[in-house]
Design a binder for this molecule. Sequence first.
Ligand SMILES: [Zn+2]
Length: 165
Amino acid sequence: MKLTISVFALALVLAGIALAAGPAAAPPKGKSPVIEKIVKTDAEWKKLLTSEQYKVLREHGTERAFTSPLNDNHQKGVFVCAACGLPLFSSEQKFNSGTGWPSFWAPIDPTHVGTSTDRSFFQTRTEVHCARCGGHLGHVFPDGPPPTGLRYCMNGVSLKFEAAK
Ligand SMILES: [Zn+2]
């Protein structure tokens, strides 16, 4: 009987330790005080977006490399968020990274994109999202060309191209 009680006590202690360990801290939120946010439910986004767009923008998916027509788009114009239309990148900052994803060395306006730390796939990367609707765009890496040395590696499906008039 005594043994049963001590086993029970041990179980309580272990449960206490598990609770104290708790869930991991929430990831830092993107900073964009200027832009007014657009908030919609998953069901609303599903109605507005294609399944491919939804997978990338709302579920942090990644399109297959070399599948976006925007990868080889070298026209002059602006790349806007496919979900909310906010201008995100300009053809002026686009470069050929050879990765198979549309790549830019800077956003059109630093307040139009937000970043967060992405620790998935056993690596730490900087996730990039639209500052207005929170839609996932891609990641930014420190191996881009001058003048910034940054490479914004974007999913073409998250962007819409508007040609300059
Ligand atoms: Zn957006």
